[in-house]
Structure formats: structure tokens, C-alpha cells
Design a protein around this ligand. Structure first.
Ligand SMILES: [Zn+2]
Length: 128
């Protein structure tokens, strides 16, 4: 994980970055013709090819993310109580970035314990 975000969001981010990169390369390549005239054509060709590959890659990532999100587990985040999606056994909440896990061995706190702690802290607020 490069960023502190959920896996689905990260896939979307990479897809977007690759699309931007591909479009940028294609635009720059075409601009090469304007700036360098005839000799800029080779730059334009390389830019177009690399840009196209990058955009195809981003399409692949989007497709993959779409496939993955159909197998994602939808659940209510115990921390912020919003509906989020999980990929694999451990993922972050899409909204509050809390690390969630389905593996009891990896969890340091169960949903029940969290509930208890939250109701306790709510009580503390009302008593203070
Ligand atoms: Zn959350």
C-alpha cells in the first residue's frame, strides 16, 4: 500500500493517474511536431504509442477494479458506521481509513469491544 486508502480507491487513483499520464504524453507528443517541426515527428510517434499503452493499462486497471469490486464484501464500518467495501481479508474503510479485517487472528479489537468502548466514551461525554 502506497497510500493510506482502501484498495478500491487506490485502484481508481492509479487508473486515473495512468489516464492522465497517457493523455499528457499524447498531447506532448503532438506538441513536439509544433515545436520541432519535421524532426518532432519521431517524438510524436513515441508519445502517442507510450500514451496509448498507458491508457490501455489504465483501462485494464479500471476493468480489474470493477471485477474486484463485484467480489468485495460490503459491510458497515464499525468506526464511522458508513457502508464500505472490503477487498480481501484486510482493507481500510473508504471513508475513515480505519483498518478493517475479517481475520479474527489479526484483529486487535472485535466489533463488540469497539461498540462497548464507543458507548463507554459516549457515557463519559455525557457525565463530564
Ligand atoms: Zn469507516
Amino acid at each position: 500500500m502506497l497510500f493510506k486508502s482502501s484498495k478500491i480507491n487506490e485502484f481508481r487513483l492509479w487508473g486515473l493517474l495512468l489516464t492522465m499520464l497517457g493523455m499528457g504524453l499524447m498531447v506532448l507528443g503532438t506538441a513536439g511536431i509544433v515545436f520541432w517541426g519535421h524532426s518532432g515527428r519521431i517524438v510524436a510517434a513515441i508519445g502517442l504509442v507510450v500514451g496509448l499503452i498507458s491508457m490501455m493499462g489504465s483501462l485494464g486497471i479500471y476493468f480489474w477494479a470493477g471485477m474486484l469490486s463485484t467480489t468485495a464484501v460490503q459491510l458497515e464500518c464499525p468506526e464511522c458506521h458508513k457502508l464500505t467495501k472490503m477487498l480481501g481479508k484486510t482493507d481500510r474503510c473508504m471513508f475513515c481509513k480505519t483498518i478493517l479485517t475479517l481475520d479474527p487472528a489479526k484483529a486487535n479489537i472485535t466489533a463488540d469491544e469497539l461498540e462497548l468502548r464507543q458507548s463507554k466514551s459516549a457515557q463519559d461525554v455525557t457525565t463530564n
